[in-house]
Design a protein. Structure first.
Length: 196
């Protein structure tokens, strides 16, 4: 897949961008780039699929609620480096995330010296509207199913129903048009399907 357009548009918005052919190459890059610091993870199947927790924990202080329990959300929020993915990425450069607890989206906006988004080619859409549609109607229902939620989107797995279920995981939407002021943000694009 050609990432030329999205790379150009992301860089024009102030993001740093690296492109890798495989997840293994991206993981090796991150393992080399992040060393001797504190690292927080947001809920990310992409990070899990790449084995980033184990790689980085070998030489960093790593916090992830998927590995250490809910209390790790707070520790992750105070880490110097934060790693997550996106639910949708527009070729025009907008990064879209939907969250339930808010820890992941909040961490991409404030509080870290550096934020990395690791994004597979399956998250890419031509326009902002299509990336938003993808986040709401592909990523969110699949995540609700994965988490065993009792929501219409999890039952049918076909689209967002904008439900009012107490099990709803779509409680906050963040669109990054550029890095937050004072937060160095790097996008790691991978020419491989990763995450949901």
């Amino acid at each position: 897949m050609a990432f030329d357009t999205v790379k150009k548009n992301l860089e024009a918005r102030g993001f740093s961008v690296k492109i890798f052919s495989t997840g293994a190459e991206a993981a090796a890059y991150l393992d080399g780039a992040i060393d001797g610091t504190s690292v927080g993870f947001g809920g990310s199947l992409t990070a899990k699929e790449l084995g980033l927790y184990d790689k980085l924990a070998a030489h960093n202080e790593v916090h992830w609620h998927w590995e250490g329990g809910p209390g790790e959300r707070v520790a992750a929020a105070h880490a110097k480096v934060y790693i997550t993915s996106a639910n949708g990425l527009a070729e025009t450069g907008e990064i879209i995330n939907i969250d339930g607890a808010g820890n992941r989206v909040a961490a991409t906006l404030f509080g870290h010296g550096k934020v990395y988004f690791v994004i597979g080619r399956n998250k890419l859409a031509p326009t902002y509207e299509e990336a938003l549609w993808r986040a709401r109607n592909i990523a969110a229902p699949k995540n609700a199913q994965r988490l065993g939620k009792k929501t219409p989107c999890a039952v049918k797995g076909d689209k967002c129903y904008d439900c009012k279920s107490p099990d709803r995981i779509c409680r906050g939407l963040v669109v990054l048009w550029g890095p937050s002021i004072g937060v160095e943000t790097e996008i790691v694009l991978v020419d491989q399907d990763l995450g949901l």
